[in-house]
Design a protein around this ligand. Structure first.
Ligand code: ACO
Length: 317
């Protein structure tokens, strides 16, 4: 497969660290030093499905494809206001497409999982263009009294249109069940038959465990995909990594021993936007003319599950 278009959309409200100081026992200095995040975009009046559709339409415009030319939609989403139908169905209607859709929930690693599904579908089915939309509103999952987690996240949508091609050089997906490191539970509707207790609340995260899992799994994934592609870390032009914490990115940079300039970062402005992180960063790079034809990109992400994934992609747009 190859990527032929990218798009993104973000909520209008900018929430700075100083704004968090108004209701949390925290400081701009603590957040910036520990995470690299200065501000994030948080949904106020917007609906996630509108951000998702805007990102999708921007990617389609960039790719030069019409809604009728989209053969399949893969939507990566952890949570939105609709339990059902899947967000992909809603996006399909909003953008005027008529193809089948599929939702996946692989947390922050969703874009890499979606690329793998797209690669397989393009190789085995009669499809030409697949739209991937990653749309997330982690702000609605947080306990906004928990200063160790709510400061990390923002909301966004990122999208890409992929078509048949030979740009995916290697891909690796993994899941290691580690629910306790990062989870959120919700109460479902009561029934006349229910006898068990259920819990409800915001995201529960063991930050230090997640940090260690993130670094160790990313390093392993990166090593493996470089080996699969038969290239070295020096051959990668840009490391497009999940934007969770700048210290995680620096730890990975240290491991691959590459110049800081190869690690684009936008988490300072947007925080961790879950699976929208990599496609929205790719879109920023694409629209900022920071990507050159023939460049080798290494994408790597991790998220609740614990899911991880990495791939090597030649940029040929
Ligand atoms: N402001 C001020 N102090 C804080 C804050 C805050 N926002 N949050 C925690 N603290 C305090 C703690 O209470 C603790 O105080 P104590 O020493 O008195 O107990 C102290 O700061 C140190 O806390 P640590 O947890 O040790 O801080 P750490 O350096 O580990 O940083 C952080 C915490 C930023 C959460 C880090 O562990 C991290 O980034 N982990 C990865 C998180 C992540 O990436 N999650 C999402 C990944 S998966 C996905 O994307 C869905």
């Amino acid at each position: 497969m190859r990527i032929i278009g990218t798009g993104s959309a973000r909520p209008s409200l900018v929430v700075t660290n100083a704004m968090l100081e108004n209701f949390l026992d925290t400081s701009d200095e603590w957040i910036v030093t520990r995470t690299g995040i200065h501000e994030r975009r948080v949904i106020s009046s917007e609906n996630l499905e509108d951000l998702a559709s805007t990102a999708a339409l921007r990617a389609m415009e960039d790719a030069g494809v019409t809604p009728e030319q989209i053969d399949f939609i893969i939507c990566s989403n952890v949570v939105n206001e609709y339990v059902t139908p899947g967000l992909g169905c809603i996006i399909q209607g909003k953008i005027g497409a008529t193809c089948p859709t599929m939702d996946i929930n692989c947390a922050c690693t969703g874009f890499i999982y979606a690329l793998d599904i797209a690669e397989s579908y393009l190789a085995t089915k009669d499809m030409k263009n697949i739209l991937i939309v990653c749309a997330e509103e982690p702000s609605r999952m947080m306990n906004w009294k928990d200063r160790s987690s709510c400061i990390l996240f923002g909301d966004a949508a990122g999208a890409a249109v992929v078509t048949k091609g030979d740009d995916l050089k290697a891909i690796r997906l993994s899941t290691h069940c580690k629910v306790e490191a990062l989870y959120q539970k919700r109460k479902l509707q009561p029934t006349p038959f229910l006898t068990k207790e259920e819990s409800d609340g915001g995201v529960v995260m063991n930050g230090q465990d997640v940090f260690k899992l993130a670094v160790s799994s990313s390093i392993k994934d990166i090593d493996k995909v470089l080996g699969m592609a038969g290239i070295t870390a020096d051959d990668i032009d840009l490391y497009v990594l999940h934007q969770a914490n700048v210290r995680i990115i620096e730890a990975i940079q240290h491991f691959v021993k590459q110049d800081r300039s190869k690690f684009p970062v936008n988490l300072n402005k947007y925080g961790n936007v879950s699976s929208a992180s990599i496609p929205a960063l790719l879109d920023d790079l694409n629209r900022g003319n920071k990507l050159r034809t023939g460049e080798m990109l290494l994408l790597s992400a991790f998220g609740a599950g614990f899911t991880t994934g990495a791939c090597i992609l030649r940029w040929s747009k």
